[in-house]
Design a protein around this ligand. Structure first.
Ligand code: CO8
Length: 258
């Protein structure tokens, strides 16, 4: 199916999904959210794809849910439609890594979407925020929960209560993003990181993602047990033999995802 609000390209084992509503700062309309979830699921199911990069434009990763669409809704509408309820679950079910490449505004649902990815690489122009408080509502898909885990209570409260924007440099310092690069280098950096991931054994990539994500869902002792079981299971793979032999033989590993 051709998409109208996003663009998808698959090249060299990386699926690049770009949000594309330039007239609305990539606001997350229902159509865009539906297309995005479908594209993520198709990339996850595509054997050629080993890593996914999610990006917006130079001006905006996404300026949040579409306020024009939401303004007319009442409680019964959003409750019955279970508005945005699927977003977290369907993104969490994607097994391949998703890198958010953020330039410009990542606000409200845009910031939450970036946080639902596995890590965020930001341009020095990026601005993160949970400004829902200015609209008489609160964050709806993780802005009070994930943000507090990533940047701590004080900054999460500050952002959710005042609606202030956090610049890229502060976001890196606070642990919200993994790297900040000059805006013109953003896509090169994100695609380079995706290529690096694509070269690894997919078995260990999926296991590492699952293990890190488990740390946000469970106690430390349960998480450590989960990690150890996965670590032990890696020794049943051919890629473990290949990776360790290649190191000892001082050559590049040729992983076969077996
Ligand atoms: N929804 C709809 N349209 C938007 C949105 C939005 N969130 N953001 C910007 N636009 C539109 C503007 O209305 C404008 O359209 P038009 O030209 O037709 O008037 C166009 O984009 C350009 O915007 P501005 O003229 O405002 O551009 P500026 O450079 O002056 O400002 C800002 C850019 C700072 C991004 C500003 O547009 C802004 O503050 N936008 C709203 C940010 C916001 O409040 N976001 C939170 C929305 S609520 C939310 O996200 C709840 C999350 C629920 C979960 C979502 C899951 C997917």
């Amino acid at each position: 199916m051709a998409f109208e609000t996003i663009n998808v390209e698959v090249d060299d084992h990386v699926a690049l999904i770009k949000l594309d509503r330039p007239d609305a700062m990539n606001a997350l309309s229902q159509q865009l959210v539906g297309e995005l979830l479908q594209a993520l699921e198709e990339a996850d199911a595509n054997e050629k794809v080993r890593c996914i990069v999610l990006a917006g434009s130079d001006k905006a990763f996404a300026a949040g849910a579409d306020i024009k669409e939401m303004a007319k809704l009442g409680f019964v509408d959003v409750f019955n439609a279970n508005l945005f309820a699927q977003v977290n679950d369907r993104i969490a079910a994607i097994r391949k890594p998703i890198i958010a490449a953020v330039a410009g505004y990542a606000l409200g649902g845009g910031c939450e979407l970036a946080m639902a990815c596995d890590f965020i690489i930001a341009a020095d122009t990026a601005k993160f925020g949970q400004p829902e408080i200015n609209l008489g509502v609160i964050a709806g898909i993780g802005g009070t929960q994930r943000l507090a885990r990533f940047v701590g209570k004080s900054k999460a409260m500050d952002m959710n209560l005042t609606g202030r924007l956090m610049p890229a440099e502060e976001a890196e310092r606070s642990g919200l993003v993994s790297r900040v690069v000059p805006a013109k280098k953003l896509m090169e950096e994100a695609m380079g990181a995706a290529q690096k991931i694509a070269e690894k054994s997919q078995i260990s990539v999926l296991a590492a993602k699952e293990a890190v994500n488990r740390s946000y869902e469970t106690t430390l002792s349960e998480g450590l047990r989960f990690e150890r079981s996965l670590f032990h299971s890696m020794f049943a793979t051919e890629d473990q033999k290949e990776g360790m032999s290649a190191f000892l033989e001082k050559r590049q590993a040729q992983f076969r995802d077996k």
